[in-house]
Design a protein around this ligand. Sequence first.
Ligand code: NAP
Length: 318
Amino acid sequence: MKKKSLIIIGSGPAGLSAAIYAARANLMPLLFEGYQSGGQLMITSEVENFPGFKDGILGPELMAAFRAQAERFGTEYITADVTKVELSGSNKIIWEENNKYETNCVIIATGATANLLGLKRERALMGRGVSACATCDGFFFKDKTVAVVGGGDSAMEESIFLTRFAKKVHLIHRRDAFRASKIMVSRAEKNPKIEFVLDSIVDDILGENLVSGIRLKNTKTNKLFELKLDGVFMAIGHTPNTDLFKGQINMDKKGYIISSNDKSRLTATNLSGVFACGDVQDSRYRQAITAAGSGCMAAMDAERYLENILLDQTGLSK
Ligand code: NAP
Protein backbone atom coordinates (compact mmCIF):
# COMPACT_ATOMS: atom_id res chain seq x y z
CA MET A 1 0.00 0.00 0.00
CA LYS A 2 1.23 3.49 -0.89
CA LYS A 3 0.63 6.55 1.28
CA LYS A 4 0.43 9.95 -0.44
CA SER A 5 -0.41 13.34 1.00
CA LEU A 6 -2.74 14.19 -1.91
CA ILE A 7 -4.60 12.12 -4.48
CA ILE A 8 -6.38 13.75 -7.42
CA ILE A 9 -9.00 11.80 -9.34
CA GLY A 10 -9.60 13.00 -12.90
CA SER A 11 -7.44 14.36 -15.70
CA GLY A 12 -9.48 17.06 -17.42
CA PRO A 13 -8.63 20.77 -17.09
CA ALA A 14 -9.75 20.78 -13.43
CA GLY A 15 -7.73 17.77 -12.24
CA LEU A 16 -4.60 18.72 -14.17
CA SER A 17 -4.73 22.37 -13.04
CA ALA A 18 -5.08 21.14 -9.46
CA ALA A 19 -2.05 18.91 -10.11
CA ILE A 20 0.06 21.79 -11.49
CA TYR A 21 -0.64 23.93 -8.43
CA ALA A 22 -0.29 21.07 -5.92
CA ALA A 23 2.92 19.81 -7.49
CA ARG A 24 4.44 23.29 -7.49
CA ALA A 25 3.52 23.49 -3.79
CA ASN A 26 5.65 20.36 -3.29
CA LEU A 27 2.70 18.12 -2.41
CA MET A 28 3.84 15.50 -4.96
CA PRO A 29 0.27 14.55 -5.92
CA LEU A 30 -0.71 11.18 -7.27
CA LEU A 31 -3.23 11.60 -10.08
CA PHE A 32 -5.53 8.88 -11.37
CA GLU A 33 -6.04 9.87 -14.98
CA GLY A 34 -8.38 7.04 -15.97
CA TYR A 35 -8.08 4.80 -19.00
CA GLN A 36 -9.57 7.59 -21.12
CA SER A 37 -7.60 10.56 -19.93
CA GLY A 38 -8.08 14.24 -20.71
CA GLY A 39 -11.80 14.65 -20.16
CA GLN A 40 -14.32 16.22 -22.49
CA LEU A 41 -11.77 18.26 -24.44
CA MET A 42 -10.52 15.03 -25.98
CA ILE A 43 -13.71 14.87 -28.05
CA THR A 44 -13.96 18.52 -29.06
CA SER A 45 -12.48 19.95 -32.20
CA GLU A 46 -10.45 23.10 -32.02
CA VAL A 47 -10.54 25.07 -28.76
CA GLU A 48 -10.58 28.75 -29.65
CA ASN A 49 -11.65 30.30 -26.37
CA PHE A 50 -8.91 29.09 -24.03
CA PRO A 51 -6.88 32.19 -23.20
CA GLY A 52 -3.32 32.19 -24.42
CA PHE A 53 -3.88 30.44 -27.75
CA LYS A 54 -4.78 33.19 -30.16
CA ASP A 55 -4.94 30.83 -33.15
CA GLY A 56 -6.78 28.12 -31.20
CA ILE A 57 -5.50 24.70 -30.21
CA LEU A 58 -6.81 21.16 -30.65
CA GLY A 59 -8.46 19.82 -27.47
CA PRO A 60 -6.15 16.76 -27.15
CA GLU A 61 -3.08 18.98 -27.72
CA LEU A 62 -4.18 21.35 -24.98
CA MET A 63 -4.67 18.47 -22.56
CA ALA A 64 -1.29 16.96 -23.43
CA ALA A 65 0.29 20.34 -22.57
CA PHE A 66 -1.59 20.47 -19.23
CA ARG A 67 -0.42 16.95 -18.46
CA ALA A 68 3.23 17.60 -19.31
CA GLN A 69 3.21 20.78 -17.22
CA ALA A 70 1.87 18.93 -14.15
CA GLU A 71 4.42 16.14 -14.71
CA ARG A 72 7.27 18.64 -14.91
CA PHE A 73 6.64 19.67 -11.29
CA GLY A 74 6.43 16.10 -9.98
CA THR A 75 2.87 14.83 -10.47
CA GLU A 76 2.79 11.05 -10.55
CA TYR A 77 0.21 9.46 -12.85
CA ILE A 78 -1.68 6.22 -12.72
CA THR A 79 -3.35 5.43 -16.01
CA ALA A 80 -6.29 3.51 -14.63
CA ASP A 81 -9.77 4.10 -13.26
CA VAL A 82 -10.36 4.31 -9.54
CA THR A 83 -12.70 1.47 -8.63
CA LYS A 84 -13.58 2.19 -4.99
CA VAL A 85 -13.09 4.96 -2.42
CA GLU A 86 -13.46 5.35 1.34
CA LEU A 87 -13.48 9.06 2.03
CA SER A 88 -15.05 9.58 5.42
CA GLY A 89 -12.14 9.15 7.86
CA SER A 90 -9.03 11.27 8.17
CA ASN A 91 -7.15 8.49 6.42
CA LYS A 92 -8.76 8.18 2.97
CA ILE A 93 -8.46 5.02 0.94
CA ILE A 94 -8.52 4.78 -2.85
CA TRP A 95 -8.59 1.48 -4.73
CA GLU A 96 -7.63 0.72 -8.27
CA GLU A 97 -8.77 -2.91 -8.57
CA ASN A 98 -6.76 -4.65 -5.83
CA ASN A 99 -4.20 -1.88 -5.43
CA LYS A 100 -4.82 0.23 -2.36
CA TYR A 101 -3.62 3.82 -1.79
CA GLU A 102 -3.89 5.88 1.37
CA THR A 103 -3.99 9.64 1.56
CA ASN A 104 -4.82 12.57 3.83
CA CYS A 105 -6.55 14.57 1.14
CA VAL A 106 -8.51 13.94 -2.07
CA ILE A 107 -9.45 16.26 -4.93
CA ILE A 108 -12.34 14.97 -7.01
CA ALA A 109 -12.24 16.18 -10.62
CA THR A 110 -14.06 13.40 -12.43
CA GLY A 111 -16.07 15.76 -14.63
CA ALA A 112 -19.38 15.18 -16.35
CA THR A 113 -20.39 13.48 -19.53
CA ALA A 114 -22.67 15.10 -22.07
CA ASN A 115 -25.70 12.94 -22.65
CA LEU A 116 -25.99 11.63 -26.16
CA LEU A 117 -28.94 10.09 -27.92
CA GLY A 118 -27.30 6.70 -28.32
CA LEU A 119 -27.56 6.62 -32.11
CA LYS A 120 -25.16 4.44 -34.08
CA ARG A 121 -23.44 7.24 -36.05
CA GLU A 122 -23.39 9.76 -33.23
CA ARG A 123 -19.97 9.02 -31.71
CA ALA A 124 -18.27 8.48 -35.07
CA LEU A 125 -19.45 11.91 -36.25
CA MET A 126 -18.50 13.70 -33.02
CA GLY A 127 -16.33 16.67 -34.05
CA ARG A 128 -17.48 16.10 -37.66
CA GLY A 129 -20.77 17.90 -37.32
CA VAL A 130 -22.02 16.36 -34.09
CA SER A 131 -21.25 18.39 -30.98
CA ALA A 132 -22.43 18.67 -27.41
CA CYS A 133 -21.09 22.19 -26.89
CA ALA A 134 -22.30 25.20 -28.86
CA THR A 135 -19.90 27.55 -27.07
CA CYS A 136 -16.98 25.39 -28.20
CA ASP A 137 -18.01 24.57 -31.76
CA GLY A 138 -20.60 27.14 -32.86
CA PHE A 139 -18.00 29.27 -34.60
CA PHE A 140 -17.37 26.52 -37.16
CA PHE A 141 -20.92 26.79 -38.48
CA LYS A 142 -20.83 30.26 -40.05
CA ASP A 143 -23.70 30.59 -42.57
CA LYS A 144 -24.55 26.90 -42.15
CA THR A 145 -27.73 25.17 -41.10
CA VAL A 146 -27.71 23.34 -37.78
CA ALA A 147 -30.06 21.60 -35.36
CA VAL A 148 -30.15 21.65 -31.57
CA VAL A 149 -31.78 18.71 -29.80
CA GLY A 150 -33.47 19.30 -26.44
CA GLY A 151 -36.16 21.33 -24.72
CA GLY A 152 -34.37 22.66 -21.64
CA ASP A 153 -32.64 25.97 -20.92
CA SER A 154 -29.42 24.71 -22.53
CA ALA A 155 -31.22 23.94 -25.80
CA MET A 156 -32.76 27.44 -25.85
CA GLU A 157 -29.51 29.15 -24.89
CA GLU A 158 -27.44 27.18 -27.38
CA SER A 159 -29.95 27.75 -30.20
CA ILE A 160 -29.90 31.49 -29.58
CA PHE A 161 -26.10 31.48 -29.35
CA LEU A 162 -25.81 29.53 -32.61
CA THR A 163 -27.85 32.12 -34.52
CA ARG A 164 -24.78 34.38 -34.26
CA PHE A 165 -23.09 32.07 -36.75
CA ALA A 166 -25.58 29.77 -38.43
CA LYS A 167 -28.06 31.00 -41.00
CA LYS A 168 -30.72 28.67 -39.62
CA VAL A 169 -31.21 26.69 -36.41
CA HIS A 170 -33.79 23.89 -36.14
CA LEU A 171 -34.71 23.29 -32.51
CA ILE A 172 -35.78 19.66 -32.22
CA HIS A 173 -37.79 18.65 -29.15
CA ARG A 174 -39.50 15.37 -28.40
CA ARG A 175 -42.59 16.99 -26.86
CA ASP A 176 -44.60 20.16 -27.45
CA ALA A 177 -44.06 21.49 -23.92
CA PHE A 178 -40.73 22.74 -22.65
CA ARG A 179 -38.69 22.13 -19.55
CA ALA A 180 -36.93 25.44 -20.26
CA SER A 181 -38.02 28.64 -18.51
CA LYS A 182 -40.74 30.63 -20.28
CA ILE A 183 -38.47 33.60 -20.87
CA MET A 184 -35.87 31.47 -22.64
CA VAL A 185 -38.50 29.79 -24.82
CA SER A 186 -39.98 33.16 -25.69
CA ARG A 187 -36.54 34.53 -26.68
CA ALA A 188 -35.96 31.55 -28.94
CA GLU A 189 -39.44 31.83 -30.45
CA LYS A 190 -38.85 35.49 -31.27
CA ASN A 191 -35.56 34.77 -33.05
CA PRO A 192 -36.26 34.70 -36.81
CA LYS A 193 -33.41 32.25 -37.45
CA ILE A 194 -34.82 29.58 -35.11
CA GLU A 195 -37.46 27.14 -36.27
CA PHE A 196 -39.08 24.80 -33.75
CA VAL A 197 -39.58 21.16 -34.77
CA LEU A 198 -41.72 19.70 -32.00
CA ASP A 199 -42.96 16.20 -31.13
CA SER A 200 -39.96 14.85 -32.99
CA ILE A 201 -37.05 12.58 -32.16
CA VAL A 202 -33.85 12.08 -34.11
CA ASP A 203 -34.04 8.67 -35.74
CA ASP A 204 -30.64 8.81 -37.48
CA ILE A 205 -27.77 11.14 -38.27
CA LEU A 206 -26.89 11.18 -41.96
CA GLY A 207 -23.50 11.59 -43.59
CA GLU A 208 -20.38 9.47 -44.05
CA ASN A 209 -17.46 11.59 -42.84
CA LEU A 210 -19.37 14.79 -42.13
CA VAL A 211 -22.93 15.37 -41.03
CA SER A 212 -25.18 16.04 -44.02
CA GLY A 213 -28.58 15.82 -42.36
CA ILE A 214 -30.80 14.07 -39.84
CA ARG A 215 -33.78 11.79 -40.13
CA LEU A 216 -36.57 12.63 -37.70
CA LYS A 217 -39.63 10.78 -36.54
CA ASN A 218 -42.78 12.58 -35.53
CA THR A 219 -43.80 11.00 -32.21
CA LYS A 220 -47.51 11.56 -32.83
CA THR A 221 -47.79 10.35 -36.42
CA ASN A 222 -44.68 8.09 -36.56
CA LYS A 223 -43.90 9.72 -39.90
CA LEU A 224 -40.22 9.89 -40.87
CA PHE A 225 -38.79 13.00 -42.49
CA GLU A 226 -35.35 14.41 -43.23
CA LEU A 227 -33.66 17.77 -42.71
CA LYS A 228 -30.54 18.73 -44.66
CA LEU A 229 -28.03 20.38 -42.36
CA ASP A 230 -24.36 20.66 -41.43
CA GLY A 231 -24.34 20.24 -37.68
CA VAL A 232 -26.32 18.72 -34.80
CA PHE A 233 -25.85 19.98 -31.25
CA MET A 234 -26.99 17.72 -28.43
CA ALA A 235 -28.40 19.71 -25.52
CA ILE A 236 -30.11 16.91 -23.63
CA GLY A 237 -28.30 17.39 -20.34
CA HIS A 238 -25.10 16.16 -18.72
CA THR A 239 -24.47 13.39 -16.22
CA PRO A 240 -21.84 14.07 -13.55
CA ASN A 241 -19.35 11.22 -13.13
CA THR A 242 -20.10 10.60 -9.48
CA ASP A 243 -21.20 6.94 -9.23
CA LEU A 244 -18.00 6.16 -7.36
CA PHE A 245 -18.87 8.58 -4.56
CA LYS A 246 -22.60 7.85 -4.09
CA GLY A 247 -23.61 7.37 -0.47
CA GLN A 248 -20.39 8.96 0.80
CA ILE A 249 -20.55 12.58 -0.23
CA ASN A 250 -23.34 15.16 -0.45
CA MET A 251 -24.73 15.62 -3.95
CA ASP A 252 -27.67 17.49 -5.42
CA LYS A 253 -30.59 15.62 -6.90
CA LYS A 254 -28.89 15.34 -10.28
CA GLY A 255 -25.77 13.80 -8.73
CA TYR A 256 -23.49 16.88 -8.85
CA ILE A 257 -21.18 17.12 -5.84
CA ILE A 258 -22.08 20.01 -3.57
CA SER A 259 -19.04 22.18 -2.96
CA SER A 260 -18.82 25.55 -1.17
CA ASN A 261 -19.46 23.80 2.15
CA ASP A 262 -17.01 26.04 3.87
CA LYS A 263 -17.11 29.80 3.22
CA SER A 264 -13.34 30.07 3.43
CA ARG A 265 -12.77 27.08 1.11
CA LEU A 266 -15.09 27.21 -1.87
CA THR A 267 -14.15 23.75 -3.18
CA ALA A 268 -14.76 21.99 0.16
CA THR A 269 -17.28 19.15 0.14
CA ASN A 270 -19.12 18.04 3.28
CA LEU A 271 -16.23 15.64 4.02
CA SER A 272 -13.18 17.04 5.72
CA GLY A 273 -10.13 16.75 3.43
CA VAL A 274 -12.18 16.11 0.28
CA PHE A 275 -12.41 18.86 -2.32
CA ALA A 276 -14.21 18.97 -5.66
CA CYS A 277 -13.56 21.02 -8.78
CA GLY A 278 -14.62 21.27 -12.41
CA ASP A 279 -17.79 19.97 -14.00
CA VAL A 280 -18.37 17.33 -11.32
CA GLN A 281 -19.61 20.20 -9.10
CA ASP A 282 -20.68 22.69 -11.79
CA SER A 283 -23.75 22.18 -13.97
CA ARG A 284 -23.84 25.78 -15.12
CA TYR A 285 -20.59 27.14 -16.60
CA ARG A 286 -18.95 23.90 -17.79
CA GLN A 287 -16.04 25.58 -19.59
CA ALA A 288 -12.42 24.44 -19.71
CA ILE A 289 -11.30 27.77 -18.29
CA THR A 290 -13.77 27.70 -15.37
CA ALA A 291 -12.83 24.07 -14.65
CA ALA A 292 -9.13 24.98 -14.69
CA GLY A 293 -9.79 27.92 -12.36
CA SER A 294 -11.65 25.75 -9.88
CA GLY A 295 -8.83 23.16 -10.08
CA CYS A 296 -6.41 25.85 -8.94
CA MET A 297 -8.79 26.73 -6.09
CA ALA A 298 -9.06 23.08 -5.01
CA ALA A 299 -5.27 22.72 -4.90
CA MET A 300 -4.95 25.85 -2.77
CA ASP A 301 -7.72 24.62 -0.44
CA ALA A 302 -6.04 21.21 -0.20
CA GLU A 303 -2.68 22.79 0.52
CA ARG A 304 -4.13 24.81 3.41
CA TYR A 305 -5.93 21.76 4.74
CA LEU A 306 -2.72 19.71 4.73
CA GLU A 307 -0.80 22.58 6.32
CA ASN A 308 -3.31 22.67 9.18
CA ILE A 309 -2.96 18.90 9.73
CA LEU A 310 0.78 19.37 10.00
CA LEU A 311 0.39 22.26 12.43
CA ASP A 312 -2.03 20.19 14.53
CA GLN A 313 0.43 17.29 14.63
CA THR A 314 3.22 19.54 15.81
CA GLY A 315 0.94 21.35 18.25
CA LEU A 316 1.72 24.66 16.55
CA SER A 317 -1.87 25.45 15.54
CA LYS A 318 -2.84 26.47 19.08
P1 NAP B 1 -32.47 19.71 -18.75
O1 NAP B 1 -33.15 20.86 -18.11
O2 NAP B 1 -32.41 18.43 -18.03
O3 NAP B 1 -33.17 19.49 -20.17
C1 NAP B 1 -32.83 18.41 -20.97
C2 NAP B 1 -33.76 18.41 -22.19
O4 NAP B 1 -33.34 17.37 -23.04
C3 NAP B 1 -35.21 18.17 -21.84
O5 NAP B 1 -36.04 19.01 -22.58
C4 NAP B 1 -35.44 16.72 -22.23
O6 NAP B 1 -36.72 16.45 -22.74
C5 NAP B 1 -34.46 16.55 -23.36
N1 NAP B 1 -33.99 15.17 -23.45
C6 NAP B 1 -33.42 14.42 -22.48
N2 NAP B 1 -33.10 13.20 -22.95
C7 NAP B 1 -33.52 13.18 -24.26
C8 NAP B 1 -33.49 12.20 -25.27
N3 NAP B 1 -32.95 11.00 -25.07
N4 NAP B 1 -34.00 12.52 -26.48
C9 NAP B 1 -34.54 13.75 -26.71
N5 NAP B 1 -34.59 14.72 -25.78
C10 NAP B 1 -34.09 14.44 -24.57
O7 NAP B 1 -30.92 20.05 -19.11
P2 NAP B 1 -30.25 21.45 -19.54
O8 NAP B 1 -31.10 22.17 -20.51
O9 NAP B 1 -28.84 21.12 -19.88
O10 NAP B 1 -30.23 22.28 -18.17
C11 NAP B 1 -29.54 21.79 -17.02
C12 NAP B 1 -29.70 22.78 -15.86
O11 NAP B 1 -28.94 23.97 -16.14
C13 NAP B 1 -31.15 23.21 -15.68
O12 NAP B 1 -31.38 23.38 -14.31
C14 NAP B 1 -31.21 24.54 -16.39
O13 NAP B 1 -32.23 25.40 -15.90
C15 NAP B 1 -29.81 25.10 -16.12
N6 NAP B 1 -29.42 26.03 -17.20
C16 NAP B 1 -29.75 27.34 -17.03
C17 NAP B 1 -29.42 28.25 -18.01
C18 NAP B 1 -29.77 29.70 -17.81
O14 NAP B 1 -30.45 30.01 -16.84
N7 NAP B 1 -29.31 30.58 -18.67
C19 NAP B 1 -28.82 27.84 -19.18
C20 NAP B 1 -28.51 26.49 -19.34
C21 NAP B 1 -28.85 25.60 -18.34
P3 NAP B 1 -38.00 16.38 -21.78
O15 NAP B 1 -38.29 17.79 -21.39
O16 NAP B 1 -39.04 15.75 -22.64
O17 NAP B 1 -37.61 15.52 -20.61
